[in-house]
Design a protein around this ligand. Structure first.
Ligand SMILES: Nc1ncnc2c1ncn2[C@@H]1O[C@H](COP(=O)(O)OP(=O)(O)O)[C@@H](O)[C@H]1O
Ligand SMILES: [Mg+2]
Length: 343
């Protein structure tokens, strides 16, 4: 068992639930009312099988899970555990747990630096909880960003084992069990969609009104707001990045262009005719599985499953949202279109 100071040194901490600053620095949380309402219902009632939340990179999955856990972490009738499998830069953010299980979780996860290790640690943590602390409690286990470290092949068996954990925790007398995991990886989602031990749901970028609230918070110049929404499609991470770039939209687009050119230039040459169709209608990907695979793997597009957990985007040609696929942000579609025109 670790002392408080050791926990501090290795970066584990128990964060109090009051005040948004404790959850995510200084940017106030906007909206996600419907998403949190549903998640809270599943905290109370339990959820079966395992819930996998996916959505565009930067749409707010991590923030949503942390907000959820912040609402229950101090409750005596709940056992909440949040593990971020991917967090390697700031270990303080890697776990977030109820006080009475901090010792168990910190002991187990402390030795595991690699994301895969963190993702796998959840089995041991949950099993010990099942034996010792879960009786009569609402158990909530949130595992963030699991697909990247595990990869599409392993994520399948991982999800199955999570379902075994749900059953084990229930049989040990937990009053309810809710295991939720997140992923931005389109390729893993396609794999998971084949199985009934996973329930898939999508969180989309912020709706226009909530995005406007975020732009207010970030003090975006009024005259740029329409263009910002057209390009970012409500993606909070990109909005925060743009704010840091002092609203220099061209600079952000240049960055996107460099990223796409660096990863996909050969691909763009090879499939220029097909891609020209896809930038005009993202659902054309249903015709071109090879192209779909690459655009999913590079996180430029994502499959859309309606309805989403909360805000469900209607199809929109301008925002690059189709019935089956969507660009994770419209900027990717615009940049790719330009790239095609200039090659
Ligand atoms: N509803 C929200 N209100 C305010 N900020 C948000 C909201 N959702 C996400 N953010 C911020 O946007 C950034 C990206 O969110 P994050 O949760 O890391 O995305 P994801 O996990 O989907 O990649 C973070 O800085 C996060 O705090
Ligand atoms: Mg995340």
């Amino acid at each position: 068992m670790l002392s408080d100071s050791e926990q501090c040194i290795i970066g584990f901490q128990h964060l109090p639930s009051s005040g948004l600053r404790n959850v995510n620095g200084s940017i106030p949380f906007v909206d996600r009312v419907e998403e949190l309402r549903k998640l809270m219902k599943w905290v109370e009632e339990g959820f079966y099988p395992v819930l996998f939340i996916y959505g565009p990179e930067g749409c707010g999955k991590t923030r949503l899970l942390r907000e959820l856990v912040s609402r229950i972490v101090d409750r005596d009738d709940c056992l909440a555990i949040y593990i971020d499998a991917q967090e390697v830069v700031d270990p303080k953010r890697a776990i977030y747990v109820s006080r009475d299980v901090l010792d168990i979780v910190a002991d187990i996860v402390s030795s595991l630096v690699q994301p895969v290790g963190k993702a796998l640690a959840v089995y041991r943590v949950a099993r010990i909880l099942a034996e010792r602390r879960a009786r009569g409690k609402h158990v909530v286990i949130a595992i963030d960003d699991v697909a990247k470290p595990l990869g599409p092949d392993i994520v399948e068996s991982y999800a199955k084992k999570l379902l075994d954990l749900v059953e084990e925790l229930e049989s040990m007398g937990a009053s309810s069990v809710f295991i939720v995991a997140t992923s931005s990886e389109g390729a893993s989602i396609k794999v998971l969609a084949r199985h009934n031990y996973v329930s898939l749901t999508m969180v989309w970028n912020l709706d226009p009104e909530s995005f406007e609230s975020l732009l207010n918070v970030l003090k975006a110049p009024t005259h740029l707001r329409e263009r910002i929404y057209e390009l970012l499609g409500g993606n909070p991470r990109l909005a925060i990045e743009l704010a840091k770039r002092r609203w220099r939209i061209d600079e952000l687009l240049e960055e996107v262009r460099t990223r796409i050119a660096a990863t996909l230039l050969d691909f763009v040459y090879e499939y220029r005719e097909e891609l020209a169709e896809v930038v005009e209608n993202v659902d054309k990907l249903t015709k071109y599985p090879t192209i779909a695979k690459t655009l999913l793997e590079t996180n430029l597009v994502i499959p859309v499953v309606r309805p989403c957990l909360g805000y469900t985007p209607p199809p929109s040609k301008d925002l690059g949202i189709g019935r089956y696929y969507a660009w994770q942000a419209p900027a990717y579609m615009h940049v790719l279109r330009e790239l095609l025109q200039s090659t």
